[in-house]
Design a protein around this ligand. Structure first.
Ligand code: ATP
Ligand code: MG
Ligand code: FE
Length: 341
């Protein structure tokens, strides 16, 4: 089986062809970094326009790369949320049109499910259940992944996502957009011990994350004017790692038996974070799985793969399915949080 995947929920326009045997036959990603750089972050209007202009030729090129036509694919999978609604609609409407024209099933994918299942595209041996640390531009969650569509959220951030904190730190240090990789590079040259920063919620009995206080502390450290930027970057990254490790350790204790510790999402591209999680997994005698860097940040191969997993279960979606700006992976946990937890 072969699925065409489409991703357009943020600032990457992407298409990919993936087989059930985990072969990425072709994939193309058009980044909009250049378009958003002058504004220091993603501008939704610009993003939607860029997706609309680029997506159709990108899909055509992806099919051509694989020497295929739509007739060769078994289904069309597209991100249907959560994300910037203009971009999501461009991707989903395009997928509907292709599915209708070629008479193929449409599969509407939750972008977070794409991230959550991406480690299974990278590693055929990864079996359910696994504990997933999902760290991205908009999310920071610990999820017990029990199967396709079966996600139990054990923890989430009560304020900022970690990718957001990386991006704000980058902005503060004048590193531009996108910030995560730039902060990581600078941190490698700094002394994490030179700048004292807080570790919010570390040791707390509750399971959640918090990064707002860390972000403010980074701002104060910068404004103090006495620290090297590299030291601030290193201290920030180390504080973030300490938070992630403490919270993940707690979740491992609470989750019951799992087959592996897994990390996914854009921030999972960070080498220092991967190394710290790998050490934690080794300490617990657990396999550690992290997708290759290109499968961590937004891409369409993970969307195609989620489509493969759903197709294997006989699932597809009606052509009138709607794009969703908000779409929690674990609605029950979201409801609890909505009630003020
Ligand atoms: P979400 O998946 O929550 O909807 P998104 O799709 O915008 O958000 P991703 O593409 O998954 O986010 O991740 C982008 C984030 O990852 C950005 O905040 C970026 O700074 C961060 N990031 C990318 N590479 C690194 C890195 N090497 N170190 C730290 N952060 C990184
Ligand atoms: Mg991006
Ligand atoms: Fe993402």
């Amino acid at each position: 089986r072969i699925v065409l995947g489409i991703e357009s929920s943020c600032d990457e326009t992407a298409a990919a062809l993936v087989t059930q045997d985990r072969v990425i036959l072709a994939q193309r990603i058009a980044s909009q970094d250049q378009a958003h750089r002058p504004y220091g972050g993603v501008v939704p209007e610009i993003a939607a326009r860029a997706h609309a202009e680029r997506l159709a030729p990108l899909i055509e090129a992806t099919l051509a790369d694989a020497g295929m036509t739509l007739a060769d694919v078994d289904a069309v999978a597209a991100t249907a949320g959560p994300g910037l609604i203009g971009g999501v609609m461009v991707g989903l409407v395009t997928a509907k049109a292709l599915a209708m024209a070629a008479d193929k099933p449409l599969i509407a994918i939750n972008h977070l499910e794409g991230h959550a299942l991406s480690p299974r595209l990278a590693d055929a041996a990864l079996a359910y259940p696994y504990l997933l640390l999902l760290v991205s531009g908009g999310h920071c969650q610990l999820l017990l992944v029990e199967g396709v569509g079966r996600y139990r959220r054990l923890a989430t951030t009560i304020d900022d996502a970690l990718g957001e904190a990386f991006d704000k730190t980058a902005k503060l240090l004048g590193l531009g957009y996108p910030g995560g990789p730039a902060v990581e590079r600078l941190a490698a040259q700094g002394d994490a011990g030179a700048v004292p920063l807080p570790r919010p919620l570390v040791g707390s009995a509750e399971p959640h994350f918090s990064f707002a206080g860390l972000k403010s502390a980074v701002m104060r450290a910068k404004q103090a004017g006495v620290h090297q930027n590299a030291d601030i970057a290193a201290a920030f990254q180390q504080a973030a790692i300490d938070c992630l490790i403490d919270r993940t350790r707690r979740a491992l204790a609470a989750a019951g038996p799992v087959n592996a510790l897994v990390v996914a999402g854009g921030v999972a591209a960070n080498t220092a974070i991967r190394a710290a999680l790998e050490a934690l997994a080794a300490d617990r005698g657990l396999p550690f799985v992290a997708p290759p860097l290109g499968l961590c940040t937004d891409n369409a191969a993970m969307i195609a793969w989620a489509g493969i997993e759903r197709l294997a279960l006989g699932q597809s979606d009606p052509l009138d399915i709607m794009a969703r700006p908000r779409w929690p992976l674990d609605p029950e946990a979201e409801a609890v949080r909505g009630a003020g937890v």
